[in-house]
Design a protein around this ligand. Sequence first.
Ligand code: ASP
Length: 434
Amino acid sequence: MLVVTKFGGSSLSCATQFAKVKKIVESDAKRKIVVVSALGKRDSSDTKITDLLYILHAHIKYGVPYDDIWNMIYDRFVEIQTELNITCEIEEDLKIIKDELNPSISLDYLVSRGEYLTARLMSSYLGYQFVDAKNLICFSYDGKIDYKMTEKKVRLAFSEYGIMVVPGFYGAYPNGSVKLFSRGGSDVTGSILAMCLNVSLYENWTDVSGILAADPKIIDQPRAIKEITYAELRELSYMGANVLHEETVFPVQSLNIPINLKNTNIPEDPGTIIKNDCADVSSNVTGIAGRKDFVAFTISKNHMSNEIGLLRKALTIFEKYNVSVEHIPSGIDSFSVVVAKDTVEKCQYDIITELKQALGADVTLDSDIALVAVVGRNMAKKSGICGTIFSTLGEKKISVKLLAQGPSELNIIIGISVSDYETALKALYETLMR
Ligand code: ASP
């Protein structure tokens, strides 16, 4: 049995955190593949190494003196090495990078040095082999992962070394130049390695004990979710729950490799398990999430229900403006097209004009829409949940502007006024989840 174990930046912010990581890795011999992010913040006023590297690149590019920033980066790595007495050549590694700093240095390469240096330190500290992600994670020139080549290289490295530390967040094009994932991408590195080695578990360690059932900035001490399916996670993440990088799930889902989200600071907490087949039926609702930033174009026309092709014509206009459509609640002689506000900020009036012209319909715009998603695999085929949602919102005098339920009955989405958002979330959490 094998486990891929990934640690995020907050688990790697200082010597104390490094020591916790070591204890965790050593407590289970299955943890043979360790993936690390770059050193994170030590406290809320601190700056992540990745952010410092982005700033450093901007300074170099625009000819602004950068010694102070470089020294901050340098000191953080050397401090951990010194405090833990790690016998690796981090100062030599840093010197090589310093010598490479020039206005044409690639942004991806420079920023990837955060994970690279962190992995150098960690591999030496754990006594694991350092394996550079640039020799494992293969991108084709179109920016997509070449899974076949990646799997070959990962399997080869694992059979050669048996235990290894791999820096997250980057890979390389066929010519060897470094390419970053988008921010938070070390999660994806871990997931790809888990898939390539078909491991029994992918652990993802952060500073929270798993996924919370609602936003703790709004709900006082929401419960942690014990088990969640990949599909539920996707619904919750899409609706604003900020958990894993959104591309994390795909590689492991196909092999049904569970992801366990754990807390480095409280390792005994079970955290959250994400997998296909969850057995826990203790709650109908798994989580509640939401986003405030939607608009609805409502298109009305007499006898619309007799006209064929109207919806297609409308959607073609949204497609032309490259706007992704979120929901289409409909009535007999009207339907609404709900989209994220930022996607139509510059083109909303052009869209209205074109809709009116092409459809000969009235078009109105409602820019005051928040969506709340109630998500739960156990809601399917249960009666009364919509009833509870409506009566809860009704008691709070919140008017429901639109309602959508996916065909899989995995989620119920309610559109309300932005000013009602927090009240709705609190009331729904109390009735559905406490
Ligand atoms: N260090 C990178 C970031 O801050 C990648 C990661 O942590 O996953 O986005």
